[in-house]
Design a protein around this ligand. Sequence first.
Ligand code: PMV
Length: 330
Amino acid sequence: MMSVSTASAHSNIALVKYWGKADEVENLPAVSSLSLTLDGLTTTTTVRVDPALTRDQFELDGKPAAETALLRVENFLGSVRRLAGKSDKASVQSVNHFPTASGLASSASGFAALALSASSAYGLSLDRTELSALSRLGSASAARSIFGGFVCLEAGKSSAEPLLPGTEWPLKMLVVIVTLGEKSQSSRSGMLHTQRTSPFYSAWVRESTHLYTQARQAVLDHDLSALGDAMQASTLMMHSTMLAARPSLRYFSPTTWAVVERVEQLRSAGHAAYFTMDAGPHVKVLTQPEQAAQLSESLSRVPGVQRVLCCSAGGDASLHTGLDTGNGSS
Ligand code: PMV
């Protein structure tokens, strides 16, 4: 019998970063991270468990996915099947509702949506903590996308925890999309390379503890300047650690730095604006809702910026019910 489930999850941006693993097999983070789930960047995934299939299938944005992506999905579905005690293969259709060719990472929303839809299609009934732990097997940042708002994933822990709903502190995140250069190294291989070769790695792990404590308290206090201070220090320390890896790992483009400079100028002029960068050249800027339009306009004028997306906090990952699960639902 065919069983079908569809789920959606939002991406999240780490304000205090995770980079490095405490356990490679279990995919446990070496440092604590704190993120904001965003409403604008969403993945919707349908899983059909089909006894007629001899191999899992994975279609991404309407096209068969590359072999490496398929292997990651097969591996993940293998974990779901072991939990469910089932063996039937599945077809997975995933759509990223992200601006086309933006180069924004989708593994967080992707594996959170897959964990929710696959666990439901295989008949598992998992609570949010268990879903977060399952998502982590695909990508550690995905563990945070199960929850909306401000979310924590502590070092060595198997699942994330919600800290504060986004509605209780409605900040805006401006996603500044920078022209793409060469394809970046994946975060998975990049962080292992950093961990193995950067002489600054142990300092990064040590300092992250303080940044996480500062950021967590700042969120609870609704203190944007303390949060912004920890946020910028975290991204700069993470990237410095990568820069010192051998060979050096660089995700920025010249435009990344130009946007960072513009954010600093805007803050000197009295705006609340704080930057963070992940494993790619784009810059995400945290700000107050009333300043978002003016900042967005100024940032979009930096040469090399393609566009600026203005995001609010998003909610929990959710299972679709009713008729939107596609054809052949059991
Ligand atoms: O979970 P991954 O493997 O996609 O790694 C995420 C790494 C960063 O985005 C750079 C930081 C983070 O905490 O999300």
